[in-house]
Design a binder for this molecule. Sequence first.
Ligand SMILES: [Mn+2]
Length: 320
Amino acid sequence: MISLKTLAEKLRSEKKVALFCHIYPDGDTIGSAVALGFVLSDAGVPADVYCPAEVPEKYKFLKGSESVKTEFNRDAGYTAYVAVDCADVSRLGKFGEEFTGARVTTYVIDHHISNTRFADYNYVADRAANAENVFMLAKELKADITPETANALATGVVSDTGNFKHKNVTPDTLRIAAELVACGADLNNIYFNCFSSQSPARAKLFGLTMEKIRYFKDGKIALITITRDALGKTGAKNEETEGFIEFIMGIKGVEIGISVMETDDDVYKISLRSVSADVNAVARTFGGGGHVLASGCRICGEYEEAVDRITVEAGKYVSD
Ligand SMILES: [Mn+2]
């Protein structure tokens, strides 16, 4: 693990940098990477942002998101690769091999406690959003925080804190948010784009999904299932299910929320949320991880079997 100061010094000495977002891109990985691109450019180091998937519709309002690339250009003369908001190399998706086999210096800038430190230089600080780490780095680099940079960073903070309502919010989160607003971040616009604005297809999928909530452990565990069939029927995209799991956490008595998304035949992407239980530990049992109150993993197998395995494991962490 390196200090912020060392990270800033090392990055400043690079000639050109490739920044990588994670699979199933969220507002924090996109916002952090786009902002870091602006910050590094301001510090005299040109940077390109790569994402293993298209930038989700809801983040396209961000200036800089239009330049995010999905196909890697190895001949661009990069001297360094930086993974942004990625807890482990699998989060890089199709760029994983390029990153691990890199002949250039690799860096990790992340905020997940489960981070595996898979780069040459790793900066991992347990802040609510990785965008906060990028903000601290920008200050260390004495880079100009333009309204564009502030909006990208604030999007990271807003999206990883559920608009400042998750338990991960600290006084520092709010102090950083205040500075971002002072630099021109428009929180109202960010909230609308990240949380409020939705397609009719998403609204329909929401209805179908919530109609079939399943309960375990006397209602202490609530589980939703997002099938490919429902996605197909409604026309909603996988990424549009963001926020579904937060909704079930509002159900009285629920301590752990589980979302089971069918991504392939007998392959399920599991997301976990909790009021206080350590769902990072639950996810780790299945080779995943994340944060204490929000984590995820993947389970392969038949649907009922996958549900059984995850609910039995999560059941060990609910109150008696
Ligand atoms: Mn994040």
